[in-house]
Write a protein that binds this ligand. Structure first.
Ligand code: PGA
Length: 275
């Protein structure tokens, strides 16, 4: 008698995962201080890199030098933005290929400060995401509602819409590497107040549902990770990481000094995630 064939489970077994911590240095440091910070981090946080994936996003002018400082560490390099075209007459823009030349594999896309101050639209964010994925980058797409939108009760709709529009042209074949969605409520970015971890988790579930609607559950879980950003520090990072849907943090202010960022990473590296 032939043995009955074991049916393949439809469900993906939860996998242990280490937290992802991204330092977004914004336009806060010059070349000298960026290099100093990178050197300090390479000497300290690298010891945690088996328990925590560490990524830093310096200003464009410091990418090259920071890349050299972290080259022999496990810290990875991220740009704060990317343009969608490969080449041409686009004054002031930087293409994925040009970033790759500097050793970048990650890019932040659609940060609320760009949406707010530089007129970045959902359509631009979609083009950037598509270009980043085509060139093998891991995009960190930022979404989040304003205080007014939250108070008016349209926070969830706004965030779900932002997720859908950022991925409108991202079909499944493009999903070869992970896509990170950073939930960053605009009002929580420092000097704002951090979002309650329960509220961050509720919005992460809205984001996951938007992804499931677009890609179906298996793809939505396998190819997308959700992180939280907005006034994250060593004293609250573990509260966010304790939430099932949140596997990391996008950190601005507290990533600007070796001591504060190291402390935050140290705490994060003690968190065990199962996703
Ligand atoms: P913050 O910034 O940690 O200083 O609030 C986070 C971000 O805007 O990415």
């Amino acid at each position: 008698m032939t043995k009955p064939r074991k049916k393949k489970s439809k469900f993906v077994k939860p996998q242990p995962q280490i937290p992802l911590i991204v330092g977004n240095w914004k336009m806060n440091l010059d070349l000298r201080t960026s290099v100093k910070l990178a050197r300090g981090l390479a000497n300290t946080v690298d010891t945690y890199s088996k328990k925590c994936q560490i990524v830093v996003a310096p200003t464009f002018t410091a990418l090259d030098q920071v890349g050299k400082e972290i080259k022999n560490s496990n810290i990875e390099l991220c740009s704060q933005d990317v343009f969608w075209e490969a080449k041409g007459n686009f004054t002031g823009e930087v293409s994925p290929e040009q970033l790759r030349d500097l050793g970048c594999d990650w890019t932040i896309i659609g940060h609320s400060e760009r949406r707010q101050h530089l007129g970045e639209t959902d359509d631009m964010i979609d083009r950037k995401t598509t270009a980043a994925l085509r060139h093998g980058f891991t995009p960190i797409i930022c979404v989040g509602e304003t205080r007014e939108q939250r108070n008016a009760g349209s926070g969830e709709l706004t965030v779900a819409y932002q997720v859908r529009s950022a991925l409108r042209y991202v079909g499944t074949p493009l999903l070869k590497q992970k896509v990170i969605i950073a939930y960053e409520p605009v009002w929580s970015i420092s000097p704002g107040l951090p979002c309650e971890p329960e509220d961050a988790e509720a919005m992460a579930m809205v984001i996951r549902q938007a992804l499931i609607d677009q890609y179906e559950a298996r793809m939505a879980y396998q190819h997308f990770s959700i992180i939280y950003g907005g006034s994250v520090s060593h004293s609250n990072v573990s509260d966010y990481l304790a939430k099932d849907e949140i596997v990391g943090a996008l950190v601005g202010h507290d990533s600007l000094e070796v001591a504060s960022f190291t402390k935050l990473i140290q705490v994060a590296s003690r968190s065990k995630l199962i996703v």
